[in-house]
Design a protein around this ligand. Structure first.
Ligand code: ATP
Ligand code: AMO
Length: 463
C-alpha cells in the first residue's frame, strides 16, 4: 500500500508500509503515535499495548525510542480516526501490529523537518504564543539538502518541475518538433560575453556550453525544420542574485519561420497556456502544499498571450516615472515595475515584450527590416521577471560574421557555425526557457535555489 492511497475505503484492511518515522509521540507506557511519511503523504500510526493485538509494552517502548526520520516497516490495520485529523495527513489511522526499524537515522538531525516545513505565518503565530521555534536558513537547507527535500513543499516543487518539462516535450512533439541533444563541451562562447566556464579539452582550450544556441541553429541547417532540447546550461555568473544559477536546465526550441517571427511567439503562447492549465488542473495537491508553506496568488494569464513592443513597455514605464536609457536594457527593478503596470492595465502576469534594440541582444539576432536599430526579438515575463529570450536569427553568413565582429566576438572561434549558413539555411528563430525560473515564478517563490534540486551558484559546488 502507498500512504497517499489510504482513505476510508481502506478501513479494516491489513497493510504493510515502509516509510520514514517523521514524528514520534509517546502518550503513556502503553500507547504511542508514530507519524509515517512516504514522499508527500503522511499517516498516523497508533500503537496500543494489548494482548489481543499482540502488541507488548516493549514494542511501544521500542517505537518511542526510534529516532525521527528512521525508516520503518509497519504492519497494521487501517481504522477510521475517532476525531478528525489534521488536513495535511491521511484521514485514516493504522492500528499497529508490528513495527521494525530498517535503517536508523542519527538521533539529532542537522535540520528539524517540522521546522523546515513551517510557513512564516506558523512562526509568527508561535512567537505570539511565546513558543520558541528555529527558522531554518537557506544555507542550512542547502547544506543538508537531502533532508530539506523531504518537506511537502519541496516534494511538490520538483513534481511540478517534472510536469513543466514533460508538458514542454509533449506540446512540442505534438507540433512536429524533434528532440535533439547538442554538445556541452564546446570550443567557444555561444552567447558572447564573459559568463563562460573555461576548461581544457585534451589540452585544447574549451568551454562549457552557455546555451545550445549555435547547435540548435545548425540542426535547422541540418534539415530538421523544428527541434527542441532539454539540457544543462552553464553560466559563470559572478554575482549572487535570487534568479541566477551557474548551472540551470534549459528548455530550448528552434524552428523554421515561414512568414514572420511571430510564428515563434505563437508556439510559446500555445505552449505556456497549456503548461499553466495543466499545472492548475493536474497538480492541485502539489500547489496546495507549496501554498501552505509559501502562500502565493495564482498566476493570471490570458487565453491569447499579450504582446507589447519594447517601446510600448518603455512608454508605460516613462508615464509611471521610470526613465530608461535610450536603446538600453531594462534592469531588474524596471522589469518588475513593468510587470506590475502590465498587471494593472491588462490583468495578466504573463506577457511578451518584443522588438528590442539591437544593442542589447546577442550577435545572432536578426535586425528588423524596417529599422535595423531594432531586432526581431522578444523576452517573455512572468510576474515581471524574464523566463524566456528568443528571436529570429540571422541566416546569412556575411551579416552574421559582421554582427559577431561588431559584438567583439572572434569569428575564428565560431567559423564552423558561420560557415553552416553558406550551405542554404531557411529563415528560422527560436527561444530558450529557464526551467527553474518558470517554476519559481509560477509559484511566486522568492529564490531560484528553491527550484533547483542541488543548486550551483557562485558559492556552492557541494552537495
Ligand atoms: P539573460 O541570460 O537573457 O541575460 P537574465 O535574466 O540574466 O537572462 P539579463 O539581460 O542578463 O537577463 O539581465 C537583466 C537584468 O538583470 C540586468 O539589466 C541586470 O539589472 C540584472 N542582472 C543580470 N545579471 C545579473 C547579475 N549577475 N547580478 C545582478 N544583476 C543582474
Ligand atoms: P538567455 O541567455 O536569455 O537566452 O537564456 C534563456 C533563459 O534562460 C534562463 N536563464 C537563467 N536561469 C537561471 N540562471 C541563469 N544564470 C540564467 N540565465 C538565463 C532565463 C532566460 O530567459 N540562446 C538564448 C535563447 C534563444 O534565443 O533561443 C539564450 O540563451 O529564463
Amino acid at each position: 500500500s502507498h500512504v497517499g492511497d489510504l482513505d476510508d475505503s481502506a478501513a479494516g484492511r491489513s497493510v504493510l508500509i515502509r516509510g520514514a518515522a517523521q514524528a514520534i509521540r509517546p502518550v503513556s507506557k502503553k500507547m504511542a503515535f508514530v507519524v509515517l511519511r512516504q514522499s508527500m503523504s503522511t499517516v498516523q500510526c497508533v500503537l496500543v499495548a494489548s494482548a489481543d493485538a499482540g502488541v507488548s509494552t516493549q514494542m511501544v517502548r521500542f517505537a518511542t525510542a526510534l529516532s525521527k526520520e528512521s525508516i520503518v516497516d509497519v504492519e497494521g490495520v487501517v481504522s477510521l480516526p475517532k476525531e478528525p485529523l489534521k488536513a495535511t495527513t491521511q484521514q485514516v489511522e493504522i492500528q499497529v501490529r508490528k513495527i521494525y526499524c530498517i535503517n536508523r537515522a542519527i538521533p539529532t538531525l542537522p535540520i528539524n523537518l517540522e521546522d523546515a516545513a513551517r510557513s512564516e505565518a506558523d512562526f509568527e503565530k508561535a512567537e505570539l504564543a511565546g513558543e520558541k521555534l528555529v527558522r531554518v536558513g537557506q544555507d542550512t537547507r542547502l547544506n543538508y539538502r537531502a533532508i530539506d527535500l523531504r518537506t511537502p513543499s519541496n516534494q511538490a516543487i520538483f513534481r511540478i518541475q517534472c510536469q513543466v518539462e514533460n508538458k514542454f516535450r509533449d506540446f512540442l512533439l505534438s507540433k512536429n518538433f524533434v528532440g535533439i541533444h547538442t554538445p556541452k563541451l564546446i570550443s567557444g562562447s555561444s552567447e558572447g560575453g564573459a559568463a563562460v566556464f573555461k576548461l581544457l579539452y585534451n589540452g585544447q582550450p574549451a568551454c562549457l556550453a552557455q546555451s545550445p544556441q549555435l547547435y540548435k541553429q545548425m540542426a535547422i541547417s541540418g534539415g530538421f525544420e523544428r527541434v527542441f532540447e532539454v539540457g544543462p546550461v552553464f553560466r559563470a555568473e559572478n554575482s549572487n542574485t535570487h534568479r541566477h544559477l551557474c548551472e540551470f536546465v534549459g528548455l530550448d526550441a528552434e524552428m523554421e519561420i515561414k512568414e514572420h517571427y511571430f510564428e515563434v511567439c505563437d508556439i510559446i503562447d500555445g505552449l505556456f497556456v497549456s503548461i499553466f492549465k495543466h499545472l492548475s488542473e493536474n497538480c492541485k495537491k502539489e500547489l496546495e502544499s507549496i501554498n501552505r508553506q509559501y502562500p502565493f496568488e495564482p498566476l493570471k494569464y490570458l487565453d491569447k498571450t499579450l504582446k507589447l513592443t519594447y517601446e510600448e513597455g518603455i512608454q508605460m514605464l516613462k508615464e509611471a516615472g521610470t526613465e530608461i536609457e535610450p536603446m538600453g536594457d531594462l534592469n531588474t527593478e524596471a522589469e518588475k515595475k513593468l510587470g506590475r503596470l502590465v498587471r494593472e492595465k491588462y490583468d495578466t502576469d504573463f506577457f511578451i515584450l518584443y522588438r528590442y534594440p539591437l544593442a542589447v541582444r546577442p550577435f545572432y539576432t536578426m535586425p528588423c527590416y524596417d529599422n535595423p536599430a531594432y531586432t526581431n526579438s522578444f523576452d517573455v515575463f512572468i510576474r515581471g521577471e524574464e523566463i524566456i529570450s528568443g528571436a529570429q536569427r540571422i541566416h546569412t553568413p556575411e551579416l552574421l560574421a559582421k554582427r559577431a565582429t561588431e559584438c567583439g566576438i572572434d569569428v575564428s572561434t565560431i567559423s564552423a557555425y558561420i560557415e553552416s549558413f553558406s550551405y542554404g539555411v531557411p529563415p528560422h528563430g527560436g527561444f530558450g526557457v529557464g526551467l527553474e525560473r518558470v517554476v519559481m515564478l509560477f509559484c511566486a517563490l522568492n529564490n531560484i535555489r528553491k527550484t533547483s534540486l542541488f543548486p550551483r551558484d557562485p558559492q556552492r559546488l557541494v552537495p
